[in-house]
Design a binder for this molecule. Structure first.
Ligand code: GLV
Ligand code: MG
Length: 309
């Protein structure tokens, strides 16, 4: 979904179990770009009904200023999805930015969610189409269909990699999410990350990396985050307050890169102007800059400005 004020910042996306009033409260004070209040795997089956109402209350009464507010519903193969959507959107639709749909396998599943949300928006008198969708890719079928998933609805905002479910579904020989499986000499995640990134970018969406489960190992988190950040991912899930600063830092440009990007933009604006000789390319120090350099610099500068550098 193209928003008038540009894409939302999602460097750090905090998972908050919807069944925990304590975490729903605590999350409001943490410096994350996004929260997602979870009705899926962080909520036990018997706790889901109560969690729906706790989430509605927290969205309506909490202070989420500065954060993108997302609720993760259950996937369409469960008996819970439609009630998750109806309860949350009817009860707190005006205080909600996106729904996250897990284990998405094809475009129909996104369209079904779009239709249901549209119905609830209409019946509740909410503006139609404002609530976005985040789709999690968590198995081989979802990955194979990722292009059609990315373009399935104008509500689509992000494609999210779900490494825990994904690795289980393809039988990868790794028990530690994010760590390389023993025996493979290269980066076993590269293909999946790149595939998701290409689908997301081709559709004009954001690409978000999933969780790192060893929550006390912040260096491990940082290393895994750096891999997807280097490719161009926009952010990563955080499961614990200890991971937040690392995510915000890794998915922001460094001050040095940001300053350089602004310099390239200024220099390019000058050389292409009449005063600067209306040239198409010029030297900036040892580097030649042209229109492609401007585009690359604009990406870094945009992220740096959003991060307040
Ligand atoms: C997240 O949902 C995951 O499965 O990694
Ligand atoms: Mg999952």
């Amino acid at each position: 979904m193209t928003r008038a004020d540009g894409p939302r910042s999602r460097r750090s996306c905090l998972a908050v179990p919807g069944s925990s009033p304590r975490f729903l409260e605590k999350a409001q004070g943490l410096p994350v770009d996004q929260v997602f209040l979870d009705l899926e795997d962080a909520c036990a089956p018997l706790a889901k009904e109560g969690a729906r109402h706790a989430i509605v209350k927290a969205l309506n009464e909490g202070d989420w200023t500065g954060k993108t507010r997302v609720v993760r519903v259950n996937d369409w193969t469960t008996p819970w999805t439609y009630r998750d959507v109806i309860t949350v959107v009817e009860g707190a639709g005006a205080s909600l930015d996106c729904l996250m749909l897990p284990k998405v396998r094809d475009a129909h599943q996104v369209r079904a969610l779009d239709l249901l949300v549209t119905q609830v928006e209409r019946s509740a008198g909410l503006p139609v189409g404002r609530i976005g969708i985040e789709a999690q890719i968590e198995d081989a079928q979802g990955l194979v269909n990722v292009d059609e998933i990315a373009t399935a609805s104008p509500r689509m905002e992000t494609i999210v990699f779900g490494p825990a479910d994904f690795m289980a579904s393809i039988n990868m020989k790794s028990l530690v999410v994010g760590e390389q499986p023993p025996g493979y000499p290269a980066d076993a995640y590269h293909y999946v990350l790149m595939r998701i990134l290409m689908a997301a970018r081709a559709a004009g969406l954001q690409a978000i990396d999933g969780p790192y489960l060893q929550i006390r190992n912040v260096d491990g988190f940082r290393e895994v985050a750096r891999r997807s950040a280097a490719l161009g991912f926009d952010g990563k899930w955080v499961l614990h307050p200890g991971q937040i600063d690392a995510a915000n830092e890794v998915y922001s440009p460094t001050q040095e890169d940001y300053d350089r990007a602004e310099l390239i933009l200024d220099a390019y604006a000058y050389v292409t102007s009449e005063r600067g000789g209306a040239r198409g390319a010029a030297m900036l120090g040892d580097e030649m800059i042209d229109e492609a350099s401007r585009k690359m610099a604009l990406v870094i500068a945009g992220k740096g400005r959003a991060a307040g550098l």
